[in-house]
Design a binder for this molecule. Structure first.
Ligand code: ZN
Length: 248
């Protein structure tokens, strides 16, 4: 009896140890990957476009008259709220939020935008239902149940702002880029920007890294784009130079 108990205890200890080691591995990878990210500072960065810095991630706002359209919703609702105050932007004037995807560092401040309609890609629903998961037993979730699903190549007009949707799956099942008023491209997490050049997404955070790489090709031949706004690596005002050397 004692021997059985001993074996059970050793087995239990081994499982705990494995779980701790897996946790430590994820913690280490997460920290080292986010440490090298370089989002833009909070501010009015270009024309009518504002960035909000929330630790290692940016969300963006597009001003359209008295209203705003958000691209993503940050990782911490308190930080987003405080940064909006610095910019003198009333969260009640945000009328739409377009999510590039539903990872937790892109959706946290959704409850703040109570007057906004929420949009994201139809394929992203798989991340919410758990049919697609990056880590076993962990699905994405968002605070709103009323949302509008978008299809590849769909165009929407909100106020005077035109938004063209480009499905760029890989980082998540339904990652989507938004081309706003032809010249501004918001890419979420499907790519990185380093010294003004396109780079791949971060493999550790991808659902399917190879597919994410293939998706980048979809946004390298857009004739009217001038700016790229990434979620974790700032932005560039020289699209042509950024995509020039990209190899599929
Ligand atoms: Zn992200």
């Amino acid at each position: 009896m004692r021997k059985k108990l001993k074996i059970a205890l050793i087995g239990f200890g081994a499982i705990i140890l494995i779980l701790v080691l897996i946790g430590a591995y994820f913690f280490y990878q997460f920290n080292s990957e986010t440490k090298v990210m370089h989002p833009a500072e909070t501010g009015n960065i270009v024309d009518n476009i504002y960035s909000i810095k929330d630790a290692f991630v940016n969300m963006y706002l597009i001003k359209d008259g008295n209203q705003y359209i958000a691209i993503d919703a940050g990782k911490d609702i308190e930080v987003v709220s405080a940064e909006l105050k610095k910019l003198n932007i009333d969260e009640n004037n945000v009328v739409a939020v377009f999510l590039t995807h539903t990872d937790m560092d892109h959706v946290a401040a959704l409850p703040l935008f109570r007057n906004a309609k929420i949009y994201f890609s139809r394929n992203e629903v798989l991340m919410l239902t758990g049919q697609k998961q990056k880590v076993p037993f962990m699905s994405n979730s968002i605070s709103r149940k009323d949302y509008t699903l978008l299809d590849n190549n769909q165009t929407l007009n909100i106020g005077n702002t035109k938004i063209f949707c480009i499905l760029t799956e890989g980082h998540t099942s339904g990652s989507m880029c938004y081309q706003v008023n032809s010249k501004y491209l918001f890419t979420g997490d499907i790519l990185s920007l380093n010294a003004g050049k396109l780079g791949t997404s971060v493999k550790f955070f991808d659902l399917d890294h190879e597919m994410a790489n293939k998706s980048i090709s979809k946004i390298t031949k857009l004739p009217d784009v001038e700016y790229i706004f990434s979620a974790h690596h700032g932005y560039t005002n020289d699209y042509k130079n950024a995509v020039k050397d990209w190899k599929e």
